[in-house]
Write a protein that binds this ligand. Structure first.
Ligand code: NAP
Length: 287
C-alpha cells in the first residue's frame, strides 16, 4: 500500500485531503491532528479501514518522533508521501507584533514544517514501489505581500525558499517536493487568525486593521470556493510522473501569479499598492 502522512487534518484542507486520499483503497493514510481525541470522530464515520488517526502537534519534537516510530513499527519503516498542510495565520502590523507572536508564526508555518521534512526523509528514502513525494500547502501570500499580513507572508515565503532549494537537493534521492499555493478559501483559517497585540502605537494602524477585517469578513460571506480544488490537486500531484515545483489553486492565486510573471516587478508592486490603498490603507468607501 502507498503510505501517506497528512498534517492538520482536524478541519479545512487537511480534513478534505485526508478524506479524498482514504477513498483510494491502495492508500494507507496516516491522518494526523492536534487534539485527535476531540476531532477524530469525523473520520470514524467513514466506511473505511485504510487510515489511522494519530495525534501530532507538528511543533512538538517528541510527537514527531512518536509518529516516526509508529511508521517504523507498523508501516515497515516506509513513507511514500508527506503532506505538510498544518498552518495558521498571525496578522497585524509588525510594529504591534510581540516577539513571541512572530516566533510562533514562524514556528508552525516554517520551522516545524521544515522539521517534519527532516524527520521523515529517512523513511521517504527507504520507501519503494510508489513515487516518493513531499507536498506542502503554502499560500498565494508565499509569493506576494499584503499590508498587515507580512508575518504570515514571511512564514510562507520562507517555506517557498526552503522547498525551492530542496527541489534540487532531493531530486538525486528520487524524492519530488512541491508547494500548492491556494488563494482564499473558506475554512477555519480566517476565524482562527490571531492579531498582533501590542497596544502602544495601535492607533497608527487602526484604520488598516479595521479595513482589512471588514474585507476579510466580506470574503467570508462571499462565494464559496470548493476545498476539493486543493484536494484534487494533491491527488494529481501524487499520481503525476513529473511533479511541478509549484502549483496555484484559485482564480485569485492564478491571477497574482500571472500578473507577477508578466509585468515588470516595480510596475506590479505599484499596481498592488494602489489596489491596497483603495481597499485597506486609507479611509474610503470600503471602510
Ligand atoms: N483557507 C485559506 O484561504 C488558505 C489559503 C492559502 C493557504 N492556506 C493554508 O492552508 C493550510 C490549511 O489551512 P486551512 O485553510 O485548512 O485552515 P484551518 O481550517 O484553520 O486548518 C488548519 C489546520 O492546521 C492545524 N494546525 C495548526 N497548528 C498546528 C500545529 N502546531 N500542529 C498540528 N496542526 C496544526 C489546525 O489544527 P487545530 O484544529 O488543532 O487548530 C487545523 O487542522 C495552512 O497551511 C494555511 O496556511 C489556507
Amino acid at each position: 500500500m502507498r503510505k501517506i502522512l497528512v498534517t492538520g487534518c482536524s478541519t479545512g484542507f487537511g480534513e478534505d485531503i485526508a478524506k479524498r486520499l482514504i477513498e483510494d483503497k491502495n492508500n494507507l493514510v496516516l491522518v494526523t491532528m492536534r487534539n485527535a481525541e476531540s476531532r477524530e470522530h469525523t473520520f470514524h464515520n467513514l466506511n473505511a479501514t485504510n487510515f489511522k488517526v494519530i495525534s501530532l502537534d507538528i511543533t512538538d519534537s517528541s510527537q514527531r518522533k512518536n509518529v516516526r516510530e509508529y511508521i517504523e513499527k507498523e508501516c515497515n519503516g516506509e513513507l511514500h508521501v508527506l503532506i505538510n498542510n498544518a498552518g495558521l495565520g498571525h496578522y497585524g502590523a509588525l510594529e504591534l507584533t510581540k516577539e513571541e507572536e512572530l516566533r510562533s508564526q514562524m514556528e508552525v508555518n516554517f520551522f516545524a514544517t521544515a522539521f517534519m521534512i527532516k524527520e521523515f526523509l529517512p523513511q521517504l528514502r527507504k520507501a519503494s514501489k510508489y513515487s516518493k513525494k513531499i507536498i506542502n500547502i503554502s499560500s498565494m501570500l508565499g509569493q506576494v505581500g499584503m499590508p498587515l499580513s507580512s508575518n504570515y507572508s514571511a512564514s510562507k515565503h520562507a517555506l517557498e525558499g526552503l522547498v525551492e532549494g530542496l527541489h534540487y537537493e532531493l531530486a538525486p534521492l528520487g524524492i519530488d517536493i512541491s508547494t500548492i499555493c491556494p488563494g482564499r478559501h473558506r475554512t477555519n483559517f480566517m476565524k482562527n487568525i490571531s492579531w498582533s497585540s501590542l497596544e502602544k502605537q495601535k492607533e497608527v494602524y487602526s484604520i488598516q486593521e479595521e479595513n482589512l477585517k471588514k474585507l476579510m469578513s466580506k470574503f467570508s460571506e462571499g462565494k464559496e470556493i470548493p476545498l476539493t480544488n486543493v484536494s484534487k490537486k494533491v491527488v494529481t500531484l501524487i499520481n503525476q510522473k513529473k511533479t511541478p515545483a509549484r502549483v496555484y489553486v484559485g482564480k485569485d492565486a492564478i491571477s497574482f501569479y500571472l500578473l507577477r510573471k508578466l509585468l515588470p516587478f516595480n510596475f506590479f508592486m505599484g499596481m498592488l499598492k494602489s489596489a491596497y490603498s483603495r481597499l485597506i490603507l486609507k479611509r474610503s468607501q470600503h471602510a
